[in-house]
Design a protein. Sequence first.
Length: 615
Amino acid sequence: MCGIVGYIGKRKAFPIILEGLKRLEYRGYDSAGIALYDDSDIKLSKTKGKVADLEAKAKNEINTDGTIGIGHTRWATHGVPNDVNSHPHYSNSGDLVIIHNGIIENYDSLKKELLKRGYIFKSDTDTEVLINLIEDVKINEKVKLGKAVQIALNQVVGAYAIAVFDKNKPNEIVVAKLGSPLAIGIGDEEFFIASDASPFLEYTKKAIYLEDEEMAVISRKKGVKLRRIKNDAVVDPYIQELKINLEQIEKGGYEHFMLKEIHEQPNAIKDTYRGRLLAKEGIVKMAGVDDNLERFLNANKIIIVACGTSWHAGLVAEYVFENLAKVPVEVEYASEFRYRNPVITDKDVVIAISQSGETADTLAAIKLAKSKNAFVFGVCNVVGSTISRETHAGAYTHAGPEIGVASTKAFTTQITVLTLIALKLAKEKGTISNSEFHLYLQELELIPEKVKKALKSEKHIKTVANTYKNAKNCLYLGRGYNFPVALEGALKLKEISYIHAEGYPAAEMKHGPIALIDEQMPVFVIATKKGHYEKVVSNIQEIKSRSGKIIGIVTEGDEDVKNLADHVIEVPETIEFLTPLLTTIPMQLLSYHIAVMLNKNVDQPRNLAKSVTVE
Ligand code: F6R
């Protein structure tokens, strides 16, 4: 939610900030703005719309030569997306300027106090309250900007990653973090600030990721000085060497990031199991699990917390863990779990799944689980993300940066990590035989090639997409391991094409949704050979007799469904619990091509953001 970028150094800040905002646009894209110092004053340019709109506007509006500046791309929380509510925001004097990613929950009471003291507010944002609070502290306590930020933040409840600078001290930027991510890139006499490292990768690979409740004063001459916001303790910066490169965050010839990421899945899955899945030796090696094996083996139950697509991966994992490792699993929406006083004990293992590693509800669920002494294990994609640091141990998915807002390779790589864990526990517990274990490892190793094969149906999938692109509603059905894939298929279609879609366990259809079926209703049915095949075929018969349009996702060579369905899309055969890794592929491609045919903004669907750092 919202992307922030800043620069202080020898180069012109404008192109660096602008390019950086484009890379962070996945985090929010309803408005954008920039503030630059131009030798005497701070000048702002901001607009409703995309970073490209800002680029055109700013060039005509402000002097773009400054070497210090901050920029923002917004996902609105307080106040509608418009020019006024866009960041950056000035303080009342015009001396200070701020960008903010997060939510100040007590902004209303702070605002009332500031109004009493004569402050006026132009926008509806919580951020304008914060910058005026900082100004108020600075004036009344006669302190420097860094101290004023610190004192003000100690009065704030909520989440923030902020960058602030003062026109009277244009040689430093003050940044702070709680709950929202903030990275500082360290160059040669220049410094970069960003929500993730992508805006500064081409300039430096050295970065400091701020921890929660840390702040930094970044000065041209003195470099980065870190402190704790609460107790003012000085912190030694930990400078990381980044491994990711620029090509990984570019489109590489594909029309959209989403399509690129769908096609990256064979390699992404391989990268996920590389060094962990040793099929020949019959070993699954995962440091985070190996080091905590007793906690896993003695778990009363496993509780999985996640949101959205990651929650769907958790549902697949529930079936896999229970079937292979015979351990009870509960899968919880993090947003519900965090508020319902769940029964958790120190014998439970909580697995938090998150691509971004920044999702606010998942983070809150983790904190709750930790407060009840559960062991918390993270499955994240973004290295160094807040969730990966907040959990006791974890395993990265190693999918590479996922930039398209609709999650694709994150889903399949999350399933891969969770399957590896389930296999390892099953082996240790003896709930599967040695020969089964070996067979499963070998089959998992073949999945990337089978995903490649599933991707080859893209041309055919495009024709199917063309047939159903004007549908108003769609149903997605699956059973067992493929019920969560039906949910995921429906979510993908909804979020990027805005067509209403619902996923159901196939047998639930007759308890209500069957009433919806008529000749206008496309029904996507996952009917792979392994797992409840005959029962799903009966469900298909029920749809057919009510004139529904059937699109079957079937195992290669299937004839029975072909005879019943209007269309079939084939996926290679595999063992039952690995089928979601293959049946997901046509779901992703169908949604992608329908959205493209409808001229939707596939990588940046309306109202969404890649990383949901607010409740
Ligand atoms: C859907 C999608 C979202 C995310 C959800 C959780 O395509 O991307 O539903 O899965 O917001 O995000 P993470 O995994 O970053 O915690």
